[in-house]
Write a protein that binds this ligand. Sequence first.
Ligand code: SF4
Length: 420
Amino acid sequence: MPLAVTKFATCAGCACVCDDLELRANDERIFEAKNACELGRSWFLERPVSKVEATINGKPASLGDAIDRAAMILYEADSPLVFGLGETTAEAQREAVALAERLDATLDTETSLTHGTMELAAQLGGKVTGTLGEIRNRADLAVYWGANPVKTHPRHLERYSVHSTGKFRSRSDRTFVVVDVRESETAKEADVFLRIRPETDFEALTALRCLVRGQRIVRENLAETGLSFDQLRDLAERLKRARYGVIFVGMGLLQTRGKHMNASAATSLGIALNATGRFLVMPLRTPGNIGGADAMLDYATGYPFGVNFSRRYPRYNPGEFTAADLLERQDVDAALIVGANAMKRLPDAARTQLDRIPTIVIDREIANATVSITTAPAGISASGTVYRNDKIPIGLRPPIRSSRPSDEFVLRRIRDAIPD
Ligand code: SF4
């Protein structure tokens, strides 16, 4: 069978959303993904696209029966939860918002368990935004803090920052700094590597902000960070000298002790640096389209995650309406999960509660749930839009036609099946 070629295909294997790939595929699977990194190749080559499957209580069922059962579970629940959405299209995320609104449900995404702290910091103190294209063309300093993109976002350095050749900057014009608790694969490539003690990011970032602003700091207090005054002063000077700098923050900063206060310290440092140059602070989002979920929820409800519709208008309160907290308090009596990977991020107590209540899982594989429906993987055999790490929307070019429905289709059918 001849292999069809799809040029400029988009990979949503990570938030880089590379759109320069060339795929070779027949009607059933992809055989080659040119330009993809190892993570991208496995994302394309190992995704199932076979016929639609659905189960109810572990037994095979038709798609229609599974959708009807899912609709009834959600309709009969007093306090349903819609959760996940990190690996689906913006179109499906829009359907999920409409479904949650129809059910008076709570809607939360993986943002609450990943870079949601960055959203909170922005709400507290503001943020400076920009695009990866701007960084590629103009940045002369890139700092990765608590992140290991060589493993998690393998083409990030090559396409958007340190190693990329932009209009005004290339590798020789850029300084590459890594701050991390261990010498990661990324740290090994850096011009400057600062090994920080675990859980002292807030203190180090605050000291840097003081140095940038010319404020006095007590040197002895720096000892707990594992960094010397000279190391921090050197970094502060580099930050101030940069004409266009960026700090990419990873989960090592955003999900360790301090959480949104760490994120707030990072954004405050970035805002202070805009007095001397242009400076961005940007989270390294995971996985594929979680930035799209933020954008879609922002657009539809005004809030990025943790939204409750029980009063027929959107209410937002992280800690109250976020999935882990709701499940741990046993405030949820049915759950719809879009993308089974989302469940792996939940704490044990929340996962235990999911085992006790009726669950509907929409995923690429059959899941252990009351109702499980397999859908076409976005970018492989379902089209749509995903958002890059800098929230630029990019269209997918799926190379395969699948008999499976898309997430968007299944979510819409569930909404249509809910009784008036
Ligand atoms: S860097 Fe990310 S988006 Fe790009 S090919 Fe690799 S996995 Fe796919």
